[in-house]
Design a protein. Structure first.
Length: 107
């Protein structure tokens, strides 16, 4: 992978980490995640004592169709035949849902 692409990916990982942390959620970027064999994923975040792994992808325009499908909606549910369902959420919706879960646990 070219250095510029690695740097772009790394910037995206830091950007997401900082946004998730900004919402009060514990989150870390996984160093050298692309070559690491022990941990699969670019980031991890913890909600209600459960650790989740996240993959960060950033493209110039590779997700245009996803953005189009999400227009005016809060979530996109999709799947290939014979595969499990996926949910795509705008970041603000994800942070809103997770903030609600954090508040619920604190009560």
């Amino acid at each position: 992978m070219r250095k510029i692409r690695r740097q772009k990916g790394k910037r995206g990982e830091y950007e997401i980490r900082d946004k998730i942390r900004g919402a009060g959620i514990e989150c870390e970027r996984v160093p050298v995640s692309g070559v690491s064999t022990g941990f699969k994923g670019d980031i991890w975040f913890k909600i209600n004592d459960i650790v989740y792994k996240g993959e960060v992808k950033r493209r110039k325009s590779g997700f245009t169709t996803l953005y189009k499908w999400l227009e005016g909606k809060d979530a996109l549910f999709l799947r290939d035949d014979y595969r499990g369902w996926l949910v795509v959420l705008p970041l603000d919706v994800f942070l809103s849902i997770t903030s609600f879960r954090l508040e619920e646990k604190e009560e």
